[in-house]
Design a protein around this ligand. Structure first.
Ligand SMILES: NC(=O)c1ccc[n+]([C@@H]2O[C@H](COP(=O)([O-])OP(=O)(O)OC[C@H]3O[C@@H](n4cnc5c(N)ncnc54)[C@H](OP(=O)(O)O)[C@@H]3O)[C@@H](O)[C@H]2O)c1
Length: 328
C-alpha cells in the first residue's frame, strides 16, 4: 500500500512515494480501497508548493480526487463493496488525499459511482470533468443554448477544457478552441471544436469594448484572456470563470456589464452542495458523458507523477492523466 505524501522541510515542499498502512490515513466514517485518482492543475500546485500554499497542513497525502471501493463504513449510506468517488471538499488540501492505496473520508463527501461510468472513467473525468459539467449546468440555468452563437473555450488542450469541448460539441454548440498549441488543432477538432484560435494572434487592446465575438465563453486561464473575453462578448453573453492557469488578476471595466448585459459566473467545484453534485455526476454518466473520453484521458503509474506535475505547471500537458493506483 502506497501514498504520495507532501512534506514541508524548512519551507521546501517535497513529495515522496512511501509505504502506508490503514492507521496512517485521514479521518472519517468510510475507508476506501482506492482504484484511480487523477492529476489536476491544483495537484501540481499543491505537490510542488508553486504559487503559494494550496495545502493547509503538512505532511499530507496529495490528490484532490479518487474513485474506489468501500472496505468498511460506519456511515449506513455506504456499504462494503460499493463503488464510490470523491472530489473537492478538503481532499488533498486539508485532509489526506487520493494519491493513496487507502483513503478514509467523511461519508458526507462521497458520491455513489453512477450507472454508466466505470471507476476508471470516473477519474478520467475527475475534478476536471466535474468542473466542466458544473459549468455547463450553471450556464444552462442562466439561459445558455446551442442556437445563441459561437462559444469560446480557452486553455483548450487542458484537462477541463478538453472535456468541455467534447461535451459542448456533442450538445450541438459551435465551439472555438483557443490554444497556445496550434499543433494540437487536429486533436481539438477531433473532440468537437469547429474552429481553432491561436493564443499568439490575440491583440489585447485598451478599449473598453471590442467587436463582439462570443455568445458564451468558458475561461480556464484568467488574467489577460478573461479581461479580453469580457470585452468581446455579445449582448447578454455568459462567461464561466473557473481557472487561473494564466494568472489571478482581472482588469476590465463596467461597460460590458452595463451596456451589453454580460454575466460573469464563478464556478467552484470544491464546495458544490451534495444534491447538485449528485445531479452533475448523473449527467456526466449520461448526456454529458464525453464520447471521446478515452482520447482525452490516459493511465499513468505512481513514478510518473512528478513528470505530470511539471507538464501541468509549464502548460505543456494535454488532456488528463489518470493515476492507476491498484495496478488494474
Ligand atoms: N474552479 C474550480 O473548481 C476548478 C476546478 C478544476 C480546475 N480549476 C482550474 O482550471 C484551470 C484548468 O485546470 P486543468 O486541470 O484543466 O489544467 P491544465 O490541464 O493545466 O489546463 C490548463 C490549460 O491552460 C493553458 N495555459 C497554461 N498555462 C497558461 C498560461 N500561462 N497562459 C495562458 N494559458 C495557459 C494551456 O492550454 P493551451 O496550451 O491549449 O492554451 C493548459 O493546457 C486551472 O487554473 C485550475 O486550477 C478550477
Amino acid at each position: 500500500m502506497r501514498a504520495y505524501k507532501i512534506y514541508n522541510e524548512q519551507n521546501a515542499i517535497l513529495g515522496r512515494l512511501e509505504e502506508i498502512d490503514e492507521a496512517s490515513v485521514g479521518s472519517g466514517d468510510v475507508l476506501i480501497k482506492s482504484h484511480y485518482s487523477s492529476v489536476n492543475y491544483k495537484d501540481a500546485l499543491a505537490a510542488t508548493g508553486t504559487g503559494g500554499r494550496v495545502m493547509s497542513r503538512y505532511p499530507l497525502i496529495a490528490g484532490i480526487d479518487v474513485s474506489g471501493v468501500v472496505i468498511s463504513s460506519t456511515d449506513n449510506r455506504f456499504k462494503t463493496g460499493e463503488e464510490v468517488l470523491c472530489t473537492g471538499y478538503g481532499l488533498g488540501v486539508s485532509h489526506d488525499g487520493g494519491f493513496s492505496s487507502l483513503c478514509r473520508v467523511p461519508g458526507d463527501w462521497l458520491v455513489d459511482l453512477p450507472h454508466g461510468l466505470t471507476l476508471y472513467e470516473a477519474m478520467s473525468l475527475g475534478t476536471a470533468g466535474f468542473t466542466a459539467g458544473l459549468a455547463v449546468e450553471l450556464l444552462e440555468l442562466n439561459g445558455m443554448r446551442p442556437d445563441q452563437g459561437p462559444v469560446l473555450v480557452n486553455g483548450a488542450t487542458g484537462g477541463v477544457s478538453s472535456l468541455l469541448i467534447n461535451m459542448l460539441g456533442q450538445l450541438g454548440y459551435i465551439v472555438t478552441a483557443l490554444t497556445s498549441k496550434i499543433e494540437q488543432a487536429d486533436y481539438l477538432k477531433s473532440l468537437g471544436a469547429a474552429d481553432i484560435l491561436d493564443r499568439n494572434t490575440i491583440e489585447y487592446k485598451s478599449r473598453s469594448l471590442e467587436k463582439p465575438l462570443w455568445s458564451t465563453a468558458f475561461d480556464s486561464v484568467g488574467a489577460d484572456q478573461l479581461s479580453w473575453l469580457t470585452k468581446t462578448m455579445h449582448t447578454q453573453g455568459l462567461i464561466a470563470s473557473f481557472g487561473n492557469a494564466g494568472g489571478i488578476e482581472l482588469t476590465t471595466n463596467v461597460l460590458p456589464f452595463i451596456l451589453r448585459g454580460i454575466r460573469l459566473i464563478g464556478i467552484d467545484s470544491v464546495n458544490t452542495p451534495m444534491q447538485l453534485r449528485q445531479r452533475i455526476w448523473q449527467r456526466l454518466a449520461t448526456d454529458l458523458k464525453p464520447k471521446y473520453l478515452s482520447k482525452i484521458a490516459y493511465p499513468i503509474e505512481w513514478t510518473e507523477l512528478p513528470f505530470h506535475f511539471d507538464r501541468l505547471l509549464h502548460g505543456t500537458s494535454r488532456g488528463r492523466a489518470v493515476l492507476d493506483i491498484s495496478g488494474n
